[in-house]
Design a protein around this ligand. Structure first.
Ligand code: ATP
Ligand code: MG
Length: 385
């Protein structure tokens, strides 16, 4: 494993002080699969206090869980975590104890493909659960007894389907059966953790349709996403990884799903606007497209992305949107050459009359953008009053 110099430096310092240190987690898995693009996590026999004492600049990332961030010369953070042993777990939180060995540390990890360790100086792969074989065969398999492992932390059910969809792996049948049996307990997870998994899954799945199918079949959708239909309309490979757009492509009522998952208010609002639509203009004709832009307002770009995700390529009308924007055509009241203030100055009292005139002006300009001048609009308003 070719390691970045700062990671090697950190490992050398720890080993030099007598603390065994290994590369662990996703980076080892991904390296074994042939892609090395994520941060390398280190696991060590040193306690968090010992790590903090060995390095001049550290950040207490999660000292309770054994993790210290070590800053290198370029102030980049590298996570160093003390070997851990699970003391007790309740399906949502693990209580850990320090001072185990690398083998004990690997034994508390979720899947065999995530339980590989690489020793940076001995060039040794530690693989007590035959994770390398599972990586070669393309299998996600729980470390140890699957039912117990899911009971310790139900989030692992969602992690399992995420890794399977990301690598195009199958799931070991006993692991799958245990996950299905435990799935009703997914209701005990916090919405935030579920959302994080859903979003990560959407961002990394080779096939989001496979991910969605697995969420349904394992029983996760029944609890967290009943809006997920059997056959979502979406084109693969995915052309846009935005999780809000993808949620809207996969689910009826994305706003409802996102608020159940406690997404941010901005994300929920985007999801609502995406489901509200209208999803597309009825034709690519310029005036039709302008009316649609006026109707959907700020949601236009998200709706274009959604249409592209459904087709796998931009819809024909996207070009008409671009042309309209390039010409600077008005598609909202705020872009009219005559404003509400102008109308008031001209003697129109604020109130329903004002609103009606603004709406009629916009309608006239949507029909023919050349009308968007002060003179023309003033003349029109005069003729209407
Ligand atoms: P990603 O590429 O998504 O970051 P990862 O495998 O690095 O994948 P992380 O969530 O970063 O996943 O976790 C790092 C490692 O910690 C995992 O590889 C796994 O060994 C362990 N791990 C993480 N979450 C759990 C969990 N819920 N239960 C058991 N082990 C876990
Ligand atoms: Mg990771």
């Amino acid at each position: 494993m070719l390691l970045p110099a700062p990671v090697l430096d950190i490992a050398r310092t720890l080993e030099g002080a007598g603390f065994e240190t290994w590369c662990v987690g996703g980076a080892v898995r991904d390296w074994w699969l042939g892609h090395a693009d994520q941060d390398v996590d280190l696991a060590t026999a040193a306690t968090p206090e010992q790590v903090q004492a060995l390095f001049p600049r550290t950040v207490a990332v999660g000292v309770k869980h054994g993790t210290v961030g070590v800053l290198d010369r370029d102030r980049r953070l590298h996570e160093v975590t003390t070997f851990r042993r699970d003391v007790s777990t309740d399906g949502r939180h693990a209580v850990v104890e320090f001072g185990g060995s690398i083998d004990e540390d690997l034994a508390r990890r979720d899947f065999t493909i995530n339980a590989l360790a690489w020793h940076p100086f001995r060039q040794e792969l530690r693989d007590p659960f035959a994770g390398a074989g599972d990586l070669a065969a393309g299998v996600v398999r729980a470390v140890g007894a699957p039912a117990r492992r899911f009971e310790e932390d139900y989030l692992r059910i969602l992690r399992m389907v995420r890794f399977a969809a990301r690598f195009g792996f199958t799931i070991d049948p006993p692991t799958w059966e245990a996950a299905k049996a435990s799935a009703p307990q997914l209701k005990s997870l916090s919405a935030e953790r579920v959302r994080e998994e859903w979003f990560k899954g959407l961002e990394s799945a080779r096939s989001v349709l496979e991910l969605a199918r697995a969420w349904r079949e394992v029983g996760a959708a029944r609890i967290w996403m009943p809006e997920l239909p059997d056959a979502p309309q979406i084109a693969e490979p995915i052309v846009d990884r935005d999780p809000v757009v993808l949620t809207a492509a996969l689910c009826h009522s994305a706003g409802g799903v996102l608020s159940r998952l406690k997404a941010s208010n901005a994300e929920i609002a985007r999801g609502q606007a995406l489901s509200r639509g209208p999803a597309e203009p009825e034709s690519a004709e310029a005036a039709v497209v302008r009316r649609w832009l006026a109707r959907v307002g700020d949601a236009a770009d998200d709706l274009m992305r959604l249409a592209e995700v459904r087709r796998g390529s931009p819809p024909v009308w996207a070009a008409a949107v671009e042309r309209s924007r390039a010409r600077g055509e008005a598609t909202s009241r705020g872009q009219l050459a005559l404003t509400g203030d102008d109308l008031r100055a001209g003697g129109v009292p604020p109130g329903p009359e004002m609103g009606r005139l603004l709406e009629k002006m916009l309608e006239a300009v949507l029909e023919d953008p050349a009308r968007n001048t002060r003179e023309t609009l003033l003349a029109l308003v005069k003729s209407w009053r």
